[in-house]
Design a protein around this ligand. Sequence first.
Ligand SMILES: C[S@@+](CC[C@H](N)C(=O)[O-])C[C@H]1O[C@@H](n2cnc3c(N)ncnc32)[C@H](O)[C@@H]1O
Length: 297
Amino acid sequence: MTLEIEVDRELNFIKYNLIKKSKLIKSIYCDSPELVWNCNCHVDRNKYSVLPCYIHSNLDADFLSVYGNKTLISYSGVKVIWLKSENTRPSIDSFLLLQFTLKWLKTHKIISVLDFACGSGMIGICLKKMFPFIKIDFYDRDKKELKSSYDNYLINSLEKKSAHFYEISSFEKKKYDFIISNPPYLPYNLLNYTSEEFKKSSVFNQNMEHEFFNLINQTKYCLFNISSINRITEKILARKFGRFKIVYNYSVPLRIPALFTENNSFILEEMVKLKLIIPVKNSYHPFYHLINGFLFY
Ligand SMILES: C[S@@+](CC[C@H](N)C(=O)[O-])C[C@H]1O[C@@H](n2cnc3c(N)ncnc32)[C@H](O)[C@@H]1O
């Protein structure tokens, strides 16, 4: 059995399709994309929210037995494989970035593109599929992630020679028209207590900062997500590189399981006071934060 998570191009809905031998067995439809990831269902929710999680109360044992075990995630006709044990999955923030970029690229003359911190490769693969004339490169410092973008590139019937996959930052010597990234954007100072695994994919690290600064300097356009929780990075980037604008901002569910699981209500309350996160009453997700799309030019 395979689970396919189908994300609507305009993010109006998400479907969970259970497939057996190419036949659709059952399907669950969610009319709000925010419901798809990290419901934090596993933690004690009583303090913040009493609603049952829509997904976990609707997905039955069949769905849950295959979830994360070679799950297919599809967006705009592109499919990527997500293996829970191996790689990070594209998330609501990846799709917000893509939704903006697919429109933005129609009015900008862009040939060479780098998907920086590519993970599954969903972003770069979608761009190549929609705009076949672009020259796309992928970079992730994690070998497993890079391998997954390579595999996903091929399963989407793209020619393997039509892209480069960089495991180390040798692309730094190249010049791109456009760098797109949904980087690990959470602040490192806040997240000292989270697992190494989580840090690797979610915390904006010093390496990243160094590489980013070099890249922004030599690139025509750079677009990436930063969370309102990460005000420090926002400020550094804004100060160093005057020419930027915020091209979108959306509230999205907070995806930091450690904040929920380790009795960190003090930290959560501090974050609420600082207006870094917004508590959402009567929601499946108790907290939201703001994702800003920064375009440097
Ligand atoms: C939040 S995931 C995003 C993956 C993908 N862009 C997406 O939207 O689905 C962040 C990715 O950044 C990678 N990463 C973390 N630090 C990095 C660094 N210094 N340089 C390059 N990639 C990095 C991680 O391995 C992970 O794949």
